[in-house]
Write a new protein. Structure first.
Lengths: 210, 669
């Protein structure tokens, strides 16, 4: 039997943006050039279209700390850090560390692993992942009423009293917020953030009225 | 899309050279990170909208979403396929509940879901990355010509039951979707080679590379050579064959929440068969050996865009060319297909999907030694369709009602309507109860509507001839219920029960009255004349006693109540009444894998041919000394020297499936 060689198909196109940063000596040109340069660089700054789930969640968790107002006596100093506590060993934790390091703004963000409810009660945001969701009822129950942003991602997270919950829709990470729980915990959630939420519960969930 | 906050540097203008150089340094950092030279961008610096549009790549959540689907779904992950040691796509489907896989000879299979198995089982829609690989000429899949680079298969999704509401005509009893990984996930080079007693030789190579910051590509080539299937009467069927295939895939992920994919393959398959050609001299049939060549090529482009956090649009177009040259079938087929689909969440309670499609096929069936389509050698057919589906939350998070339909116009029967209603209920976490009622149709095609096929010669000289006369759709009204539960952490149970009511099934009738002529002809009309019903149940169990050991069991029961045999597609006894399978995968330490499969298929009666029940065992042992190397030894069908699975049409020669072993080495770098 004869065998003919099939065609090899190769993709040859290359598409790499290249930017030259010119020398600018004159201040006026310097100002204009800077502005143009920033605009140009911002435009080429690639936004990733796909990423691992825990990276995206870590991004959300750090962002949450910037769009939530804690009660006025929560922080002891103007530069006191916002503490994120993660239950268990979770890949999210490593990523939050990376994200937190890049935060610029009034408060730095730090993350730590918590092992007991006691430790968690000293955090400002507590995240319990799907893998640890067996502990949700106990932990979120114990943390209720404390000025802590509680976040989970199981089906029953909201029933356990958490303030926010991650859900996956259409292969993207979205979140839900519970205003009853946030006001129990004396937290104020920014409208800017709530506008992008997949769902906002205004009543406690488990209340089956539509 | 501008990020809300800058990673480093200060927004705005700075006075003085020191500030200026700091700004330049910051830009440099931004540029180099944009071109991928340093750390990945921080997600906290994106806006909430941007974050909500990033598509996640972990498989676990997909499994959860599937657990809530109101349909009988089974997913074979790429990892499971690798550990099956499957050498062909039908092989990979052997342990899936509800799917019958029978090897006819070395290069031909009968694959069907929920009954009516046969070499040209026409009620199963099979797709590769969204491209239909169903041959519209005779309605079926030529499995020998369908292949891909196995390592790059992301998963195979099998839905048993009618998929007409979403996928259109011919998805009557199931839909199989073979999906490959994106080029971004298959970077680097993989080289594999091996051979054995039946799977005589294999060689495959794939090279994945980065084209630019957001664009990735891969190319592959593979060669497979298979030996001869043994004959029941002794000796071997002269059906050794080989295939050569190559292809590419390019995925572009530009920064505006859209993705673009371009992929294509070319293949050439050289096969050999023996066939009893009708003859007018005693013994009235002459078995001859002949060669067949299949060639094919396809190109597919798909563009997906997230319009907002709740809405996605997908546009797809593909071209497919297929040619078979042989004394039984001589076909040249061109297909051009366009599809648009929009998925959106509307309010709190509605998830809507709708779309439109157009397909044009140019099919030429040239007269062969035994087959021709008089008056219609060339069929230029067009298929236009729209579909819409709404998943409504009757009780939020608990009860969903999905109503959908596809409406299509085909050139044979005009407008066809395939509605489906599904109800799903989640009584507790990790449990889904679902039910569905659907209508699906299988349309006439180029061959079934007009073929004249010389089957045999009745002594002393009348030609028995199949004459295709399909002129309406085969209809199915299906009633299904299912229950899926994860009672404890490491156990999953999935049950589906169905009752299928068929009308106007295409069957070959009893031979009609002799038509005088030279030669005189005894016609066997192939027409839509039979009704009947089937019912069955499929059970799938999963148990993971330890992290390193996973067990999957499945049991399928099927009762068929249909009269009349059909050319190339069997009748009541064509699918087994009981099918049972167990798969065990064990990780021995970090370097060894031991995978076992045991299966039982009960007896078949295909026309006059009886196929006895059989039990078979598959084993795979793999050694992975490092992340780069894998050496595997695979034994298939180990319990018997050879066993019979399915007859070939009316060919009295019965080939069997042999006991075989092969080895495979792969190197990844």
């Amino acid at each position: 039997m004869e065998v003919l060689r099939g065609d090899r198909i190769e993709v040859n196109s290359r598409d790499r943006a290249s930017w030259a940063i010119g020398r600018i000596s004159h201040r006026a040109f310097g100002l204009l050039g800077t502005a143009v340069l920033f605009l140009v660089v911002l435009a080429t700054r690639a936004q990733p279209s796909t990423a691992p789930e825990h990276d995206v969640k870590a991004g959300f968790l750090v962002k949450f700390t910037q769009y939530v107002a804690w009660p006025s006596n929560t922080f002891t100093a103007s530069r006191a850090p916002v503490v994120i506590g993660v239950l268990g060993e979770d890949p999210v934790l490593k990523r939050i560390e990376l994200e937190a390091a890049g935060v610029t703004g009034s408060r730095p963000v730090v993350v730590c692993r918590v092992g007991t409810v006691e430790e968690a009660s000293r955090c400002h945001l507590v995240f319990i992942s799907q893998a640890e969701s067996g502990n949700e009822a106990e932990w979120f129950g114990a943390l209720k009423g404390k000025p802590i942003l509680t976040v989970g991602e199981s089906d029953r997270t909201m029933e356990h009293g958490a303030v926010m919950r991650f859900v996956i829709k259409n292969k993207t990470v979205r979140f839900e917020a519970n205003l009853a729980a946030s006001s129990d915990n004396r937290l104020e959630l920014s409208e800017r953030m709530l506008a992008v939420a997949a769902k906002v519960y205004r009543r406690p969930p488990g209340d089956s009225s539509p | 899309m501008k990020p809300e906050r800058l990673q480093s540097g200060r927004g705005g203008v700075a006075d003085g050279w020191r500030s200026w150089s700091a700004v330049v340094a910051a830009c440099g950092e931004l540029v180099s990170s944009a071109t991928g030279a340093e750390d990945p961008p921080l997600f906290a610096n994106l806006s909430f909208e941007q974050l909500s549009r990033i598509e996640i790549t972990t498989a676990s959540k997909r499994a959860e979403a599937l657990a809530e689907t109101p349909a009988a779904v089974h997913v074979l992950t790429g990892e499971e396929i690798r550990r099956l040691g499957a050498t062909t796509l039908p092989d990979a489907l052997r342990y899936v509940p509800g799917v019958d896989v029978a090897m006819i000879n070395s290069s031909q299979w009968a694959v069907a879901a929920r009954g009516f198995n046969g070499q040209y089982a026409n009620q199963l829609l099979v797709m590769m990355d969204g491209r239909s690989i169903y041959n519209p000429a005779f309605g079926g899949v030529i499995w020998g010509a369908q292949d891909t680079f196995f390592e790059d298969i992301d998963r195979i999704e099998i839905v048993r039951g009618p998929g007409g509401a979403l996928w259109g005509a011919n998805a009557v009893n199931g839909v199989i979707n073979i999906l490959t990984k994106s080029a971004k996930e298959t970077q680097g080079t993989v080289v594999a080679a091996g051979g054995g007693s039946f799977y005589e030789a294999l060689a495959a190579v794939r090279h994945g590379f980065k084209i630019s910051e957001n664009t990735f590509g891969r190319v592959y080539a593979k060669y497979d050579q298979f030996g001869e299937a043994p004959l029941a009467t002794g000796g071997d069927t002269p059906d050794a064959w080989n295939r050569l295939q190559g292809g590419f895939r390019m995925d572009s992920l530009p920064g505006d929440a859209s993705t673009f994919t371009l992929q294509g393959d070319v293949h050439r398959v050289d096969q050999r068969f023996n066939y009893p050609f009708p003859s007018f001299t005693p013994p009235y049939s002459s078995t001859e050996i002949y060669d067949v060549t299949d060639t094919g090529a396809n190109l597919l482009g798909r563009w997906t865009r997230h319009l907002s956090s709740d809405s996605v649009v997908t546009v797809q177009a593909y071209y497919d060319f297929y040619e078979q040259e042989g004394p039984v079938l001589h076909q040249r087929l061109h297909t051009l297909d366009f599809d648009v689909q929009h998925n959106a969440e509307v309010g709190e309670r509605h998830a809507i999907a709708w779309g439109a499609g157009y397909r044009a096929t140019w099919d030429t069936i040239l007269p062969s030694r035994v087959m021709r389509v008089p008056g219609r050698e060339q069929a230029n057919d067009q298929l236009v369709g729209v579909f819409a589906q709404d998943e409504m939350a009757l009780v939020l998070e608990k009860v969903f009602f999905t109503l959908g339909t596809k409406v299509e116009h085909n050139d044979y029967t005009g407008w066809e309507f395939q509605p489906s209603g599904r109800l799903s209920w989640h009584p507790t976490e990790r449990q889904t109860v679902w039910g569905a009622v659907s209508r699906a149709v299988a349309t006439p095609n180029h061959l079934s509507s007009g073929v004249v096929y010389d089957l045999s010669v009745m002594p002393p000289g009348a030609l028995v001839q199949v004459r295709g006369g399909a002129d309406r759709v085969e209809e199915l009204l299906a009633y299904e219920v299912g229950h899926r539960i994860q009672p404890v952490e490491r156990v999953s149970v999935d049950v589906a029960v169905f009752y299928n009511d068929y009308d106007h099934l295409l069957v070959a009738e009893e031979p009609g009255a002799l038509i005088p002529g030279a030669p005189p002809v005894v016609p066997v009309y192939w027409v839509n004349s039979v009704s009947g019903h089937t019912c069955g149940a499929e059970l799938a169990l999963g148990w993971q006693p330890m992290d390193a050991w996973r067990l999957q069991g499945s049991y399928t029961w099927l009762e068929m109540n249909v009269d009349g045999a059909s050319v190339g597609r069997g009748d009541e006894g064509s699918s087994p009444r009981h099918k049972f399978g167990i798969r065990s995968t064990v990780d021995l330490g970090r370097h060894w894998e031991w995978d076992t499969g045991l299966r039982y298929v009960s007896e078949l009666e295909v026309g006059e041919v009886r196929v006895p029940a059989y039990v078979e065992l598959d084993l795979r042992l793999a050694w992975k000394p490092s992340a780069h190397w894998e050496v595997a030894v695979v034994g298939q069908n180990l319990l018997e020297g050879a066993h019979f699975e399915y007859p070939r049409g009316t060919n009295p020669v019965t080939s069997e499936v042999p006991r075989s072993v092969y080895g495979r080495v792969s190197w990844r770098f």
